[in-house]
Design a binder for this molecule. Structure first.
Ligand code: GSH
Length: 236
């Protein structure tokens, strides 16, 4: 969703980040902290059902996060936001080296298009039994665990191997340069969510990558500013 709002934003000169706790908007906070882009933070709290609160609908008809407001523009979808901010505010930073252009393109899109849907399914399969009537829980838990083990885990194993192989050759970041690029800003949330679901087959290079990103000062600043974030655990 990208729309020109009829009303100008209060302060059109400042980028506004609409941040939901425990969510993909942590990607955007890390990015702006890393690039030292001035911004205003608007925080939203998940409901007891872990949904986004209705106020987010004022800036995104889908009601989810992240969203940014830049002047008259409201822009949702974390991949679009990452690319927009790098292009408009990056001052030449966060660019992949020539040799990493295709890896950057691939992992920037792979994160939400291929990996995240499987991780979300895994999460949903775990949550459905917990939120079902008490007497149905044991049978639903058995059924959904079986579906997860048969349909998701073997596929996730292949993904984990691909990522591990890539990171073992890519010299620190997904595009192989000397600073994070859009691929890193997109991939970190998936890997964090995966690790916090048990980590399954995540390899040592992948775990070391997550810990390395967590140790960056800009990442730590983003955590402090954003507040509650359940996924920034160390992997060891
Ligand atoms: N593909 C979208 C996914 C957006 C999304 O599902 N956001 C979640 C947070 S991680 C959300 O707002 N969930 C609460 C809800 O949908 O009510 C993106 O990358 O921005």
């Amino acid at each position: 969703m990208a729309e020109s709002t009829a009303q100008p934003a209060e302060d059109a000169s400042k980028l506004v980040i609409h941040h939901l706790n425990d969510s993909r908007s942590q990607r955007i906070l890390w990015l702006v902290e890393e690039l030292e882009v001035p911004y205003e933070l608007k925080k939203y709290q998940r409901t007891p059902e872990r949904l986004a609160p209705p106020e987010l609908k004022a800036v995104n008809p889908l009601g989810n996060a992240p969203v940014i407001t830049d002047g008259n523009l409201n822009l949702a979808e974390s991949g679009a936001i990452v690319e927009y901010i790098i292009q408009k505010y990056g001052r030449g930073r966060a660019q992949p080296p020539e040799s990493g252009t295709i890896d950057n393109l691939y992992y920037t899109h792979y994160a939400e298009a291929s990996l995240m849907p499987m991780l979300v399914n895994k999460l949903i399969f775990r949550i459905i039994p917990q939120r079902s009537p008490f007497f149905l829980r044991p049978i639903l838990k058995t059924a959904f665990n079986a579906v997860s083990a048969r349909m998701l885990d073997p596929r996730l194993k292949v993904h984990a191997e691909m990522i591990e192989t890539h990171l073992s050759k890519s010299n620190g970041f997904f595009a192989g340069g000397d600073e994070p690029t859009s691929a890193d800003y997109m991939m970190i949330f998936c890997l964090e969510a995966w690790a916090s679901e048990g980590g399954g087959d995540l390899g040592p290079q992948t775990k070391a990558y997550i810990d390395r990103i967590h140790s960056r000062p800009a990442y730590q600043r983003a955590l402090q500013k954003g507040g509650e974030y359940a996924f920034a655990k160390t992997t060891s």
